[in-house]
Design a protein around this ligand. Structure first.
Ligand code: 5GP
Ligand code: MN
Length: 341
């Protein structure tokens, strides 16, 4: 049993509703969120394989929300080569399945596909505002969407193939920060154990995701590390990379996902912020909490969102402008509670 009885019972009707949508559809587009990460891509590819094996007569497409390539470190995922950019997908699918997202704003180019789809299903673990879908499972207590896809496979009585297991293990490993974040609960470990039994390789995931940094990326990391600044008695730490830094080191924006993890390493820091300039005159922010402080509040105030301990946002402008807005909001997290925590 991967999760407790109550969770299984609670999810079953919603999984059945998703199944009914799949059965009623002939063409299905599956898509994860913009700036796809290991959970987004791993969960999407596993779900696509699950649907295709279970319902071979369906025509299933795996979409990328962005007009971009698959991040280098995730190209090893089984099936990654079949991901199609949403801008290149011309059909009006009967069903659109959102994976690892439950806010249409995070679909980027794929939003247009969602809007011309017949029905919508969602499998996600982000806290979401309003349900725009016809059926779905959204469980913020799940460590990764990969957990939910694994449980859907279990619910269907489908075999977990080694390739599905590998995709789902990558989803779990990355969204739990290698089982180190606060979301790494018993369910995450139980599912991971089942995935390894089904043929997933933790060492291969680790090799590609964590031990294949390009030298130029490591040099950029050194710059970011050298800039780490703390305030509020060391409880808040931040750093950043400008467009010039990325260009000087020839590191694509999509490869900078891990830089916030360097910032969070500071001893005593409870909140970590990493900012990077991205094309279009914008700045993308990654926020992480090492304590139980909810930084998704700040991400939402900045127009983004996410989980209490891991959230993000995108704003117009450069690093200085973004810092001028976000740093006071981070300070405000500490302004009211002094002795409260
Ligand atoms: P990251 O900082 O790794 O990009 O994102 C951390 C978490 O926050 C992820 O679960 C991600 O899906 C979510 N997140 C990041 N940026 C946004 C955003 O702009 N809007 C929303 N709603 N969620 C975000
Ligand atoms: Mn996720």
């Amino acid at each position: 049993m991967l999760c407790d009885e109550a969770t299984v019972v609670a999810q079953a009707p919603s999984f059945d509703a998703v199944t009914r949508l799949v059965e009623a559809a002939r063409t299905i587009a599956v898509c994860a969120h913009t700036s796809a990460d290991g959970d987004a891509l791993g969960s999407e590819l596993a779900l696509v394989e699950l649907i295709e094996r279970r319902w071979p007569e369906k025509r299933v497409s795996a979409l990328l929300a962005d007009d971009d390539v698959v991040p280098r470190i995730y190209q090893f995922l089984p099936g990654a080569e079949r991901l199609v950019r949403a801008v290149d997908y011309r059909e009006d699918p009967d069903l659109f399945v959102c994976v690892d997202l439950s806010q249409p704003g995070r679909l980027a180019d794929a939003r247009a596909v969602l809007e011309r789809s017949g029905r919508v299903a969602v499998l996600d673990h982000h806290p979401s505002a309003e349900a725009f879908w016809d059926a779905g499972v959204v469980r913020p207590d799940a460590a990764a969407t990969g957990v939910i896809v694994a449980e859907y496979a279990l619910h269907l009585g489908a075999e977990l193939t080694p390739t599905m297991a590998q995709n789902l293990l990558c989803a779990l490993v990355t969204d739990t920060g290698r089982f180190q974040y606060q979301n790494a609960n018993g369910e995450a470990f139980r599912v991971a154990s089942a995935l390894v039994d089904a043929g997933a390789s933790p060492s291969e995931v680790s090799l590609h995701v964590y031990q294949s940094d390009r030298l130029s990326y490591l040099h950029l990391s050194a710059t970011v590390m050298g800039r780490i600044t703390t305030f509020e008695q060391g409880r808040i730490a931040y750093s950043y990379a400008t467009m010039a830094d990325l260009e000087a080191n020839a590191v694509p924006v999509a490869e900078c996902d891990g830089l916030v993890d360097i910032v969070r390493r500071v001893d005593g820091c409870e909140v970590a912020l990493f900012l990077k300039e991205v094309p279009g005159g914008k700045v993308r922010g990654n926020l992480r909490a090492k304590s139980d402080r909810d930084i998704s509040v700040v991400a939402r105030e900045m127009g983004g969102g996410g989980h209490p301990a891991a959230a993000g946002f995108t704003v117009e402008g450069d690093i200085d402008r973004a810092l001028a807005v976000v740093l006071p909001k981070l300070r405000a997290l500490y302004a009211t509670d002094g002795e409260a925590r």
